[in-house]
Design a protein around this ligand. Structure first.
Ligand code: ZN
Length: 136
């Protein structure tokens, strides 16, 4: 085999990047303030994108915002007025720390283990495993 053939083979063996990972964008929060409350209307879409449960994201936001909240009819109801930009900031942080792999920067991760103090994140794209601080 000559050098070019070797090169061809090396390229053929490279894993193909899934289009979804390449185009991944952290979702924007669709929220509105109703009276003294804030309703996040797309919490289930955000949860799907993160491959986590809505309840899990609600726990994170409860810790971050220090405000009680609940999920009703696939919408997140926060018992305080929170601006859309603060929610976007929190969600962005959630994705950066808990969803997007710190090794390969793809969103193909899941929670492998969870303890009181920590969460083990496992990446299905590159096989990385690492520990982050728990928020529950
Ligand atoms: Zn990875």
């Amino acid at each position: 085999m000559d050098y070019n053939q070797l090169l061809d083979r090396a390229f053929a063996e490279l894993p193909t990047l899934s289009q979804e990972s390449v185009d991944f964008k952290i979702p924007e929060v669709d929220s509105l303030i109703q009276g003294g409350k804030t309703v996040v209307r797309n919490i289930s879409q955000i949860a799907d994108k993160a491959r986590r449960s809505s309840e899990d994201i609600a726990k994170y936001l409860t810790k971050e915002l220090g405000t009680p909240m609940s999920i009703n009819n696939n919408m997140l109801e926060i018992s305080a007025k929170i601006s859309q930009s603060s929610l976007n900031e929190k969600i962005r942080r959630f994705f950066e720390v808990y969803v997007i792999c710190k090794e390969c920067h793809k969103p193909d991760t899941h929670v492998e283990n969870r303890d009181r103090g920590y969460i083990v994140i496992a990446c299905e794209a590159c096989g990385a495993r690492y520990t982050v601080k728990n928020y529950q």
